[in-house]
Design a protein around this ligand. Structure first.
Ligand SMILES: Cc1ncc(COP(=O)(O)O)c(C=O)c1O
Length: 370
């Protein structure tokens, strides 16, 4: 089966560990084990037998995850290898060639690429800068057809950091209900809200809503590769049987650490530290943009580790980011990766000094170009 290149991920895979400044890391500065486990827990960890474990996720972890989603229990949860596997398994298990998928753009472009390679017709709708990165619901409605099988959103959004308004959420659910379509929400940035108020989930609002989430972004634990799906039990059962074909199980050690990280007190501690880091860096970035208001248009993110900026000078975004990488060893993502030339994506989740040093290199580049 042919696939189109997943530009966003490919560029990151090739460059993120090969530059001095990765200024587009999409999560928050990662934790180490001593920060999330007690001494006793580390002792336990060291003596664990590394078996397969329960392949859909340990009961304890699924129970712990279900506590984040009122009305669910462990049978509503499938643990996956990252939310990327959750996305893959969902599209693979629910959609057939010829089905129509209504997809929010811009987006982490994984679902876009997978669905198209499977022969699913992707009908995009757009978050609009002039609407503060909200969708135009007239556009969404115009896309619904008898072949609509799923509406998929990324909320909070990568790359804009936008959070859907309550009204937009309600309308999306109404559209999904009217066409008996699945409502699939990638909520991997939920919990990283800059105002500290957790954004609402699509879970529990419709009997065909499915949530993907994981520990890579808001929880700053990407190396664990723990993600999950929360959905109706019949869907979770089906997705588990597809998961048998992808990776069998997520890592046994990761399951165990994830269970500790998601205990209510630790979960709050992790999210609070991360939000504080994001808030601090956003202040730095906002000041940086204010000092260059003739060069950028910037709607600050409401949640997540990313800032999406439109620049007003004339250079292609891939060219700009390649130049920055080659000449300054600083990596940011081009708007081209989202089909939106004229924009750049900057990660705001790194340690402050590192973030400032990376921004300095971007300043140098811009001064040279303008
Ligand atoms: C919106 C979104 N969903 C899913 C993923 C996949 O992340 P992971 O597999 O590490 O959970 C990413 C990664 O950048 C993302 O931005």
């Amino acid at each position: 089966m042919k696939i189109e290149t997943f530009e966003l991920e490919r560029r990151q895979s090739v460059w993120e560990n090969r530059v001095k400044f990765n200024l587009t890391e999409s999560g928050v500065h990662p934790y180490n084990l001593t920060e999330i486990l007690s001494k006793e827990e580390i002792e336990d960890f060291l003596s664990m037998r590394i078996g397969y474990g329960q392949t859909n996720g340990s009961d304890e972890l699924r129970e712990t995850i279900s506590c984040i989603y009122p009305g669910s229990d462990l049978d509503n949860v499938l643990v996956t290898n990252g939310s990327s596997e959750a996305n893959f398994v969902t599209i693979w298990s629910l959609l057939e060639p010829g089905d129509e998928l209504i997809l929010m753009l811009p987006n982490y472009m994984q679902i876009w690429g997978i669905a198209r390679s499977f022969g699913i017709k992707v009908r995009p709708f757009h978050l609009k800068e002039e609407l503060n990165w909200q969708p135009d619901m007239v556009e969404v409605r115009s896309l619904i057809s008898p072949k609509t099988k799923m509406i998929a959103v990324c909320n909070p959004n990568n790359p804009t950091g936008a959070v859907l308004s309550e009204k937009a959420m309600e309308e999306l659910i109404t559209f999904a209900k009217e066409s008996d379509a699945w409502l699939y929400a990638d909520e991997v940035y939920r919990g990283a809200e800059l105002d500290g108020e957790e954004s609402p989930t699509f879970w529990g609002r419709y009997n065909k809503s499915i949530i993907a989430c994981g520990l890579s972004k808001s929880y700053a634990l990407p190396g664990l590769r723990i993600g999950w799906l929360v959905g109706p039990k019949s869907f979770i059962e089906k997705a588990w049987s597809y998961h048998d074909y992808t990776s069998i199980a997520s890592g046994y050690l990761s399951n165990w650490i994830a269970t500790k990280a998601l205990q209510p007190e630790m979960r709050m501690k992790i999210l609070t530290r991360n939000r504080d880091m994001l808030k601090e860096n956003l202040l730095v970035l906002q000041k940086w943009v204010d000092d260059r208001e003739d060069k950028f248009v910037f709607i600050p993110p409401r949640a997540g580790g990313l800032a999406f900026l439109r620049y007003k000078f004339s250079i292609n975004s891939t060219k700009l980011t390649t130049k920055l990488r080659e000449e300054k060893s600083c990596f940011i993502v081009a708007g081209d990766c989202f089909g939106m030339d004229g924009y750049i994506r900057i990660g705001i989740g790194s340690e402050k000094e590192y973030f400032i040093a990376g921004l300095e290199l971007l300043s140098e580049m811009i001064d040279e170009l303008t």
